[in-house]
Design a protein around this ligand. Sequence first.
Ligand SMILES: C[S+](C)CC[C@H](N)C(=O)O
Ligand SMILES: N[C@@H](CCS)C(=O)O
Ligand SMILES: [Zn+2]
Length: 329
Amino acid sequence: MGKEEEAATTLLEETLEKAGGCGVIDGGLATQLEIHGASFDDPLWSAVCLINDPNLIKRVHLEYLEAGSDILVTSSYQATIPGFLSRGLSMQEAEALLEKSVRLAIDARDEFWSAVNKNAENGYNRALVAASVGSYGAYLADGSEYSGIYGQNIDVTKLKDFHRRRLQVLAGASPDILAFETIPSRLETQAIVELLEEENVHIPSWICFSSVDGKHASSGECFEECLNVINKSTKVAIVGINCAPPLYVDGLIRKFKKLTDKLIAVYPNSGEIWDGKAKIWLPPQCSKDSDFGSLALRWRDSGAKLIGGCCRTSPGTIRDISKAIKGKP
Ligand SMILES: C[S+](C)CC[C@H](N)C(=O)O
Ligand SMILES: N[C@@H](CCS)C(=O)O
Ligand SMILES: [Zn+2]
């Protein structure tokens, strides 16, 4: 491991240690921006906010810090270079917006930390910034991050080409972690793992998958196939589940524990289901299980080292998780 990689890994380990062995990730970013009035009926989804209202993004980051997050995930989930170019922005403007997504989170973290750091009693930790890298399906804006159905012509090379420049720009903005989110398939996992190697990325990554049945990746493939690809990579420090119903999480942590030695992160959504065509959240198939405090305790006991929330979870959700697993803030 090189010096840069070692320092980044130490920072992650220290953050987990200060959090008492299990750290708190923030909650849904896009859906919390919507709570504040943002509207994302747009192929760029929440990335429009980077163009229209970046201050609102910083405000939501601050809300999650105040709620007890040890990790902030940036607003770059659906921020892509081709997405911005098709909006008429230049390459330079597109790259600047990606950098801005990391800057907004770093600024919020630094501002919050300098305000609370003076009082050790308040129980806050200095948060890490994880640069979100949404799947190719997020860019397609058709809900295919929950199916992995990307069309017949897609292969590892095309997926690497799609992810490459954004990854370079985000990594260049110096986040503490790279957060690949809502990854649906073994193919995209392979592309990410190869890309991290080819680009010689020194920032630790997480790769998180959704699941629509609680047993398999969203593509229907076995998690064993996906995790076998990840286990060979020293660039990926954390694997896990995001934007899947809370009901599936405990079983998936137990499954992952058998398949990998990597740290496990879980940040499920509220249990509601995204209708990619209508672009609305549908009611949960099972009852909406919203007691994230007691769920978080169970997930921690099953082996999760990072716990938070995804779409339709809120600062209130993160406060409940933080209180349950850290007894603070
Ligand atoms: C995590 S989903 C709710 C994000 C939005 C989706 N990629 C779309 O554009 O429809
Ligand atoms: N980090 C993204 C994930 C969407 S699935 C968000 O919270 O908006
Ligand atoms: Zn989500």
